[in-house]
Design a protein around this ligand. Sequence first.
Ligand code: ADP
Ligand code: MG
Length: 241
Amino acid sequence: MLNIDALAKAHAEAPVFRGVSLQVRAGEFVALLGESGVGKSTLLNCIAGLDEADTGRIELDGVEVGPLSADARARLRREKLGFVFQAFHVLPHLSVAENVELPLRLLGTAWRAGRRDGADARVQELLGAVGLGGLGGRLPAQLSGGQLQRVAIARALVHRPALILADEPTGNLDPATAARVMEALVAQAHVSGAACLLVTHSAAAAARADRVLRLTADGVVDGTGADAGLASAEPRARPCP
Ligand SMILES: Nc1ncnc2c1ncn2[C@@H]1O[C@H](COP(=O)(O)OP(=O)(O)O)[C@@H](O)[C@H]1O
Ligand SMILES: [Mg+2]
């Protein structure tokens, strides 16, 4: 689903990373570790077409991202990608349900034409799946941090993206809430059969992954070693209420 080959990136002549190659298959959940500043967010932004690598190639569902126009990238992003950020990025003036519906609205008729189920039903299904059933009418200000991140997960999955990118989605949450949010993300990623690339510092989150990789300045290595630099143990993940 995601195929990255020999990617290199520098900011204003300061190298960030080089020789980055990795693959994530459909249905696979991969955790990506790495020290702060090594370029994890930069890498996810390059995959999403929000930033550009200097050399190397990124292929998303068989399409090479680099040569695409800005419009084509935006379309690819809307159709194929779900992105979960550390800082939630939920829109404050929209209700919880409207936030989750947003990707469907952006896809417009392209989404509706191919689906029998309506957008409302799909939004309610996702809210229920992440443990927020009944809260669709609330405004984001009326939710806790853990609930907001579950809104962001529902929003990232509502249009059935082929690839989910998550950038430290539990970084702003207490351990118990983080475990609950991870449970929602892992469960929904598996249900949808999407490929998932998760940047995390959490040992509990990495333990849920099918594979653990580590980003270094010189490329991606196996991340399961003793010096993986993971945050200390968190409580075992429990299902959403
Ligand atoms: N827009 C930018 N301009 C210049 N340098 C940047 C920019 N964004 C990030 N950097 C630098 O690139 C490096 C990688 O940043 P980042 O991808 O955020 O790392 P990580 O997510 O692994 O903590 C850091 O040294 C950071 O200071
Ligand atoms: Mg980062």
